[in-house]
Write a new protein. Structure first.
Length: 127
Protein backbone atom coordinates (compact mmCIF):
# COMPACT_ATOMS: atom_id res chain seq x y z
CA UNK A 1 0.00 0.00 0.00
CA UNK A 2 1.20 3.50 -0.78
CA UNK A 3 1.23 6.19 1.91
CA UNK A 4 1.70 9.95 2.03
CA UNK A 5 4.60 11.22 4.10
CA UNK A 6 5.13 14.80 5.25
CA UNK A 7 8.74 15.92 5.60
CA UNK A 8 9.11 19.09 7.66
CA UNK A 9 12.53 20.70 7.92
CA UNK A 10 13.73 24.25 7.34
CA UNK A 11 16.82 22.80 5.64
CA UNK A 12 16.29 21.91 1.98
CA UNK A 13 19.39 19.72 2.20
CA UNK A 14 17.89 17.72 5.09
CA UNK A 15 14.63 17.25 3.15
CA UNK A 16 16.64 16.06 0.14
CA UNK A 17 18.49 13.51 2.30
CA UNK A 18 15.20 12.12 3.64
CA UNK A 19 13.80 11.95 0.12
CA UNK A 20 16.86 10.02 -1.04
CA UNK A 21 16.42 7.47 1.75
CA UNK A 22 12.69 7.21 0.98
CA UNK A 23 13.44 6.51 -2.68
CA UNK A 24 15.35 3.41 -1.60
CA UNK A 25 12.82 2.29 1.01
CA UNK A 26 9.40 3.26 -0.38
CA UNK A 27 9.72 4.70 -3.88
CA UNK A 28 5.96 4.66 -4.52
CA UNK A 29 5.03 6.82 -1.52
CA UNK A 30 3.85 10.38 -2.04
CA UNK A 31 6.14 12.96 -0.47
CA UNK A 32 4.92 16.30 0.84
CA UNK A 33 7.50 18.86 1.91
CA UNK A 34 7.20 21.81 4.26
CA UNK A 35 9.90 24.17 5.50
CA UNK A 36 8.14 25.26 8.70
CA UNK A 37 5.24 24.45 11.02
CA UNK A 38 2.73 26.75 9.28
CA UNK A 39 3.37 25.14 5.89
CA UNK A 40 3.09 21.72 7.52
CA UNK A 41 -0.31 22.48 9.08
CA UNK A 42 -1.61 23.73 5.72
CA UNK A 43 -0.27 20.62 3.98
CA UNK A 44 -1.97 18.35 6.53
CA UNK A 45 -5.31 20.08 5.93
CA UNK A 46 -4.97 19.99 2.14
CA UNK A 47 -3.20 16.66 1.52
CA UNK A 48 -3.90 14.53 4.62
CA UNK A 49 -0.56 12.70 5.03
CA UNK A 50 -0.37 9.45 6.98
CA UNK A 51 3.11 9.88 8.43
CA UNK A 52 5.17 12.95 9.37
CA UNK A 53 8.89 13.47 9.94
CA UNK A 54 9.34 16.73 11.81
CA UNK A 55 12.62 18.52 12.49
CA UNK A 56 12.95 19.72 16.09
CA UNK A 57 14.84 22.98 15.47
CA UNK A 58 12.91 25.28 13.16
CA UNK A 59 12.16 28.99 13.13
CA UNK A 60 8.81 29.82 14.71
CA UNK A 61 7.19 26.84 16.36
CA UNK A 62 9.58 24.01 17.12
CA UNK A 63 9.09 20.41 16.10
CA UNK A 64 7.63 19.35 19.44
CA UNK A 65 4.91 21.98 19.25
CA UNK A 66 4.13 20.96 15.68
CA UNK A 67 4.17 17.24 16.50
CA UNK A 68 1.74 17.79 19.38
CA UNK A 69 -0.56 19.78 17.10
CA UNK A 70 -0.44 17.08 14.43
CA UNK A 71 -1.22 14.35 16.95
CA UNK A 72 -4.21 16.37 18.27
CA UNK A 73 -5.60 17.18 14.83
CA UNK A 74 -4.94 13.75 13.28
CA UNK A 75 -4.50 11.13 16.02
CA UNK A 76 -3.92 8.24 13.57
CA UNK A 77 -0.98 10.02 11.94
CA UNK A 78 2.36 8.51 12.88
CA UNK A 79 4.82 11.28 13.79
CA UNK A 80 8.57 11.29 14.38
CA UNK A 81 10.55 14.22 15.74
CA UNK A 82 14.05 14.29 14.26
CA UNK A 83 16.81 16.08 16.17
CA UNK A 84 20.49 16.11 17.02
CA UNK A 85 19.39 17.33 20.47
CA UNK A 86 19.27 14.02 22.33
CA UNK A 87 18.67 15.48 25.77
CA UNK A 88 16.48 13.27 27.94
CA UNK A 89 13.89 16.05 28.26
CA UNK A 90 13.45 16.33 24.48
CA UNK A 91 13.21 12.56 24.05
CA UNK A 92 10.71 12.24 26.91
CA UNK A 93 8.56 15.13 25.70
CA UNK A 94 8.50 13.55 22.24
CA UNK A 95 7.22 10.26 23.68
CA UNK A 96 4.74 12.06 25.97
CA UNK A 97 2.95 13.51 22.94
CA UNK A 98 2.77 10.11 21.27
CA UNK A 99 5.55 10.65 18.76
CA UNK A 100 8.79 8.79 18.06
CA UNK A 101 12.20 10.38 18.58
CA UNK A 102 14.79 9.86 15.82
CA UNK A 103 18.32 11.18 16.25
CA UNK A 104 20.29 13.15 13.69
CA UNK A 105 22.08 12.37 11.60
CA UNK A 106 19.13 10.27 10.51
CA UNK A 107 20.29 6.87 9.32
CA UNK A 108 18.53 4.82 6.67
CA UNK A 109 18.22 2.03 9.26
CA UNK A 110 16.52 4.22 11.89
CA UNK A 111 14.20 5.73 9.29
CA UNK A 112 13.37 2.29 7.93
CA UNK A 113 12.56 0.93 11.40
CA UNK A 114 10.29 3.89 12.17
CA UNK A 115 8.48 3.62 8.84
CA UNK A 116 8.01 -0.13 9.17
CA UNK A 117 6.50 0.34 12.64
CA UNK A 118 4.34 3.23 11.40
CA UNK A 119 2.99 1.16 8.51
CA UNK A 120 2.23 -1.68 10.93
CA UNK A 121 0.25 0.66 13.19
CA UNK A 122 -1.60 2.22 10.26
CA UNK A 123 -2.54 -1.16 8.83
CA UNK A 124 -3.64 -2.44 12.23
CA UNK A 125 -5.92 0.61 12.54
CA UNK A 126 -7.59 -0.19 9.22
CA UNK A 127 -8.75 -3.63 10.33
Amino acid sequence: MSYKILIVDDSKLARMAVNKALNALYPDWTRIEASNADEAVTSVKEKSPDIALVDFNMPGRDGLELAAELRRSKPRMRVAVVSANRQKEVVNRTRDIGATFLGKPLTDEALGEFLKAAVGELEKGQQ
